[in-house]
Design a protein around this ligand. Structure first.
Ligand code: FES
Length: 152
């Protein structure tokens, strides 16, 4: 298999049925992406596959061979956060934090497709990412702040 992950080409041998999440975390060490439910219901494992959000726990590696994968590790760095991450910090979105890398990846994909989303558009996209701490109002506010930063 061959994947481009965060701009770097990786070649490896695994079973075609292995979930992308396993490859990212266990084979390649990209542990920013989290295991949540394991059945594509909670969104904690969200990454981008060829620019679109995907649940990595339920994406077979054989189905994405040759694709470009983006994980949370690629959005920004501690010294230079991406606008979406800056907004997340400003609004103190994270509580326990477990769902948050998936939330941010879904939010980043949303802003790629809709640069200035309405509340309804945010809710429609982000409702697929569950947060047991109930950070939804902060997520919505942070997405609006990020959208304004990116427009500016
Ligand atoms: Fe705790 Fe979302 S911040 S589950």
């Amino acid at each position: 298999m061959k994947l481009t992950i965060n701009g770097k080409v990786h070649e490896f041998e695994v079973e075609a049925e292995m979930p992308l999440l396993w490859v990212l975390r266990d084979e390649l060490g990209y542990t920013g992406t989290k295991f949540g439910c394991g059945i594509a219901q909670c969104g904690a494992c969200t990454v981008h596959v060829d620019g679109l959000p995907a649940r990595s726990c339920s994406t077979a590696i054989g189905d994405v061979d040759g694709s470009e994968i983006t994980t949370i590790e690629c959005l920004g760095t501690p010294d230079k956060l991406a606008p979406i991450q800056e907004a997340w910090v400003e609004h103190q979105v994270a509580q326990c934090g477990y769902c948050q890398s998936g939330q941010i990846m879904s939010a980043a994909a949303l802003l790629d497709s809709i640069p200035s989303p309405t509340d309804e558009e945010i809710d429609a996209v982000m409702s697929g990412n569950l947060c047991r701490c109930g950070t939804y109002p902060r997520i919505r506010a942070a997405i609006k702040t990020a959208a304004a930063k990116m427009e500016g």
